[in-house]
Design a protein around this ligand. Structure first.
Ligand code: FMN
Length: 349
């Protein structure tokens, strides 16, 4: 039988993976008060396989400003800045390791200090493609930058202390990269803040234990222009820090499930492992790996709804549909619903 490219082994740095089907980072807003709960151990271990690779939901590197903490959209995002978070993540990571999978923590900063594209205040895409307004973003000032950089560094250390195999810096979806410093111009200075974060994290835990999640800094996905050039510049600069992997989101094609396949220049610019994400199904993923377009493919909604996704791919089995209404935990009283209750194959066949 012909091998299924997605299910072939791959060596990512020191990590021997048994297949290429990665759990994409998925915010589920079920970490009450910012603290990961025991149900997260169930959820992640359900999706863990021997030699599989899982990326955690976006996890905050610092506390949020008051107003945002209370707003339902951010309240139950997990943190990794305090010892309490380290302790709470530990059993979650242990449960994933018990299944033999590799687990990275996605580090996120969305405070009022780091800004999200000052020129394009609204609207922005949220994780699942909804449009959301961001409250008065502003640029990080030169004085503030070292503080935020240090939050990332400390969070990376905490993640490793909690047992994570490494960390991923979230630089996609408009967060983090771009115009780090007031009055900056030119590609190098536009990504100065981002590179300071990458450098600090690499020094703290090692480039071999870090990935960076990026998009082309544009929601339109034209694949040209200034944002594209900036993204390409950042990706090539990651090589200087020995970053283990570059995880890139395909530009979204509005209203359609479709892989836009616009990442080739980035794949070519990056020397490490390349992960493609966004709209992939089994066939598209197989083609991407088979043709060398990507080393690994991250699956969001399909993995959310199919805890045994690699097995289903192996058997070309039918897939569960995801339920958007239960993506985010806020407002749901039974936390298992839409989280840990998606059926495994054995229970549906
Ligand atoms: C419910 C939900 C939560 C998400 N949370 C995150 C997140 O925390 N960090 C991130 O980088 N992307 C996040 N994403 C984006 C996914 O990782 C992925 O890029 C997106 O779902 C497209 O891939 P897919 O077509 O395989 O679902 C989220 C997506 C969804 C649907």
């Amino acid at each position: 039988m012909k091998p299924i490219p997605l299910l072939t082994p791959y060596k990512m740095g020191e990590f021997q993976l048994s297949h290429r089907v990665v759990l994409a980072p998925l915010s589920r807003l079920r970490s009450y008060g910012g603290v990961p709960q025991p149900h997260a151990a169930v959820y992640y271990s359900q999706r863990a396989t021997p030699g599989g690779f899982l990326i955690s939901e976006a996890t905050l590197v610092s506390g949020l400003p008051q107003g945002r903490q209370e707003s339902s959209s951010f309240r139950d995002v997990p943190g990794i800045w305090a010892q309490e978070h380290v302790e709470a993540w530990r059993p979650v990571v242990d449960a994933v390791h018990a299944k033999g999978a590799v687990f990275f923590c996605q580090l996120w900063h969305v405070g009022d200090r780091v800004v999200v594209r000052p020129q394009q205040v609204s609207p922005q895409m949220s994780f699942d493609g909804r449009r959301e307004e961001l409250s008065s973003p502003r640029r990080v000032t030169a004085e503030e930058a070292p503080l935020v950089v240090d939050w990332f560094r400390r969070a990376a250390r905490n993640a490793v202390d909690a047992g994570f195999d490494g960390v991923e810096i979230l630089g996609a979806n408009g967060y983090f990269v771009d115009d780090g410093h007031v009055g900056s111009a030119g590609l190098e200075s536009r990504c100065r803040f981002a590179m300071e974060v990458v450098d600090a994290v690499a020094r703290e835990v090692g480039g071999h234990r870090m990935g960076v999640c990026m998009d082309q800094f544009t929601t339109t996905g034209t694949g040209t222009g200034e944002e594209h050039a900036l993204a390409l510049h950042v990706v090539s600069r990651l090589n200087d820090h020995g970053v283990l992997y570059c995880h890139m989101i395909e530009p979204r094609i509005e209203g359609r499930r479709h892989v836009s396949r616009q990442l080739l220049p980035f794949r070519e610019a990056f020397e490490g492992t390349f992960i493609a994400n966004g709209g992939y199904g089994r066939e598209e993923g197989d083609a991407a790996v088979g043709e060398g377009y990507a080393d690994l493919v991250a699956y969001g909604r399909l993995f959310l709804a199919n805890p045994d996704l690699p097995r289903r791919f192996e058997l070309a089995a039918p897939l569960n549909d995801c339920n958007r209404a239960t993506f985010y935990g806020a407002g749901h009283t039974d936390t298992a619903v839409g989280y840990t209750d998606y059926p495994f194959l054995d229970r549906v066949m």
